[in-house]
Design a binder for this molecule. Structure first.
Ligand code: ZN
Length: 139
């Protein structure tokens, strides 16, 4: 039986507009899955940056993402006396806290997200040009 070859890694380009923000990229990730035409498998979403990250979170009430960013700011204040000379240690630490990748199951060609779940890119040191990589693994 012939196995299909590996699907290419797809890149999603983003331009963030403020220092701290979350951007709902669910529809962009769905477009990649649709384009690759994989019926079942895993969608691996990866952030190749050290001052940003990815998280699954509610997209229905915008206060949820406001609270998330506000709580991260309380937990990791920018002026906490960090030694890293770029003055963005808070952004590095927040990136580590939220994490840099997500794995989402795919069934019948669709992401199996919960009703209230959305894929968020988390910017902690913008504004910048950013990239999110998506690898779909069929199986
Ligand atoms: Zn830095």
């Amino acid at each position: 039986m012939d196995m299909p070859g590996p699907t290419p890694i797809e890149a999603i380009d983003l331009k963030t507009t403020t220092r701290d923000e979350t951007i709902d990229i669910t529809s962009l990730v769905r477009q990649v899955v649709k384009k690759l035409g994989v019926d079942a498998g895993i969608c691996y979403v990866y952030c190749p940056h050290t001052t940003a990250g990815l998280t699954l979170q509610e997209n229905s009430d915008p206060d949820v993402k406001k609270d998330l960013l506000a709580q991260l700011a309380r937990m990791v204040p920018r002026d906490a006396g960090f030694v890293h000379s770029e003055d963005n240690s808070d952004a590095h630490i927040k990136g580590s806290l939220v994490g840099s990748s997500l794995s989402i199951p795919i069934e019948k060609g669709k992401l199996l997200l919960g009703t209230w779940q959305a894929v968020f890119f988390c910017e902690f040191d913008g504004p910048r040009s950013r990239k999110v990589l998506v690898k779909v693994i069929a199986g």
